[in-house]
Design a protein around this ligand. Structure first.
Ligand code: KG4
Ligand code: ZN
Length: 340
C-alpha cells in the first residue's frame, strides 16, 4: 500500500511543502523570502507575514507537482520546532486545520531530527545509499551546531553542541562584518573559491570534549579587520577572496576536528552531515577526502535537502506514520530545541 504524506516547513524564512509516496519524494517546493536581505538577518514579524502569503500557493503547487489529490493524503506532517514562533505558528495552524478538514492524522516533526533523517529520502536515484545505524551526524545550520549519535530513526543523542554561536551564524556574522548581505554563508563559499585559505590566520577555540564555540572567532575576525581598516580603508575590497577563504577554512577545520574526535570516541565510522552549512563546498570536499584518509563512510545530502526544505519533514512524517506516532489537535509550536 502506498502512503502519501504532506510535509510543511515554516520554522524560519523558507515556506516549503513536500509530498512523499512512502520514502520517495514526489514534490518539494520552497518559497524563499527575499525581504530579509536588506536587514542583514531574518526579521521575525516579516517572516511570519511572508509565510501567511506563501503557504496556500506553495501547498497548491506541491499537490499539483506531485500529481496527488488532497483526498489521497494519509497524514499531514509539520515542523513543530525549534524556530521562530511566529513562523512556526503559520505552518502549525495550517497543518492542524488541513488535517482536521481531511479527517487524517497530524504528525509533529522536530526540525533538527528532520535534517538528519533527510538522508533517508529516496528520489530519482534508485536505491540511494543510506546510513546504517548507529551513525554520527554533524548538524550545522544557522541556529544549531550539534554532533548527534543516531541509534535508530527516533533514538538520537546529542553528544556535542555549540556553547554559543552556531556554525551558520559564524559564516553569516563574518559575512556581515565584510559588508555582504544575509545569508552570507553561500557568498563566503563563493568568494572563497578564488582565495588563499592560508592568507590570514584566526585562532581556533580550545573547548574540551565534543562541544563547539564560535563567538571568539567572530570577535577576533572583527578586531583584525578593525585594525587593518585603520591603515587601509580598502582592505576588505582588496582582500575579499582571501578573507573569505581564510575564515571558511578556520570554521570548517573546527567542525572536522570535533567530528574526528567524535568518531574516535564512539568507534563509529558511519558519518553524515546535515543542515544549511552542509551545503558548504569546503566542508563537503574535506569530508569526501576523509572518507579515504580515515576509512569513513560519508553521507552528504543533496543541495536541495541541505538547507531548509519540507522533504525532510515529509520523510520524518512517513517514519512516524509507520509507528502511528500521531499528534493531538491541541498541539502548539515550540521555539527552543527539545531534547530528542
Ligand atoms: O538549515 P538552514 O537552511 O536553516 C536553519 O535551520 O538555520 O541553514 C541556514 C544556514 C545559514 O546560516 C547559511 O548562511 C548557511 O546555512 N549556509 C551556508 C552555505 N549555504 C547555506 N554556509 C556556508 N556555506 C554554504 N554554502
Ligand atoms: Zn534548518
Amino acid at each position: 500500500m502506498n502512503i502519501y504524506i504532506l510535509g510543511i516547513e515554516s520554522s524560519c524564512d523558507d515556506t516549503s511543502a513536500a509530498i512523499v509516496q512512502n520514502n520517495k519524494i514526489l514534490a518539494n517546493i520552497i518559497a524563499n523570502q527575499e525581504v530579509h536581505k536588506k536587514y542583514g538577518g531574518v526579521v521575525p514579524e516579516l517572516a511570519s507575514r511572508a509565510h501567511q502569503q506563501n503557504i496556500i500557493p506553495v501547498i497548491e503547487r506541491t499537490l499539483k507537482t506531485a500529481k496527488v489529490n488532497k483526498n489521497q493524503l494519509n497524514a499531514i506532517a509539520f515542523t513543530r520546532g525549534p524556530g521562530l514562533l511566529g513562523s512556526l505558528l503559520v505552518g502549525t495552524s495550517f497543518a492542524k486545520s488541513f488535517a482536521l478538514g481531511l479527517n487524517i492524522p497530524l504528525i509533529e516533526v522536530d526540525h533538527l531530527q528532520a535534517h538528519i533523517l533527510s538522508h533517508f529520502i529516496q528520489d530519482k536515484k534508485i536505491n540511494k545509499k543510506v546510513p546504517e545505524f548507529p551513525f554520527l551526524c554533524l548538524t550545522v545550520s544557522g541556529g544549531h551546531t550539534q554532533i548527534v549519535l543516531i541509534k535508530d530513526y527516533f533514538k538520537m543523542e546529542i553528544i556535542g553542541k555549540t556553547i554559543d554561536d552556531a556554525a551558520g551564524e559564524a559564516f553569516d556574522k563574518a559575512a556581515k562584518i565584510l559588508g555582504l548581505p544575509y545569508p552570507g554563508g553561500p557568498l563566503i563559499d563563493k568568494f572563497a573559491i578564488k582565495g588563499n585559505p592560508n592568507a590570514f590566520r584566526f585562532p581556533k577555540p580550545n573547548i574540551p570534549g565534543l562541544d563547539f564555540s564560535f563567538s571568539g572567532l567572530k570577535t577576533s575576525f572583527l578586531y583584525f579587520l578593525r585594525d587593518q581598516l585603520k591603515n587601509n580603508k580598502n582592505f576588505i575590497e582588496q582582500n575579499l577572496t582571501d578573507l573569505c577563504a581564510s575564515i571558511q577554512t578556520t570554521i570548517v577545520s573546527i567542525l572536522i576536528e570535533k567530528l574526528k574526535r567524535a568518531s574516535k570516541q564512539t568507534g563509529i565510522n558511519e558519518i553524515a552531515i546535515a543542515g544549511g552549512v552542509s551545503a558548504n563546498s569546503l566542508l563537503r570536499n574535506t569530508l569526501l577526502k576523509s572518507e579515504k584518509e580515515f576509512g569513513w563512510n560519508v553521507f552528504i545530502p543533496e543541495f536541495e535537502y541541505s538547507t531548509d526544505n519540507a522533504a525532510m519533514i515529509a520523510i520524518t512524517g512517513y517514519f512516524k506514520y509507520l509507528i502511528k506516532n500521531f499528534t493531538d489537535q491541541k498541539v502548539s509550536p515550540y521555539a527552543r530545541s527539545i531534547s530528542y
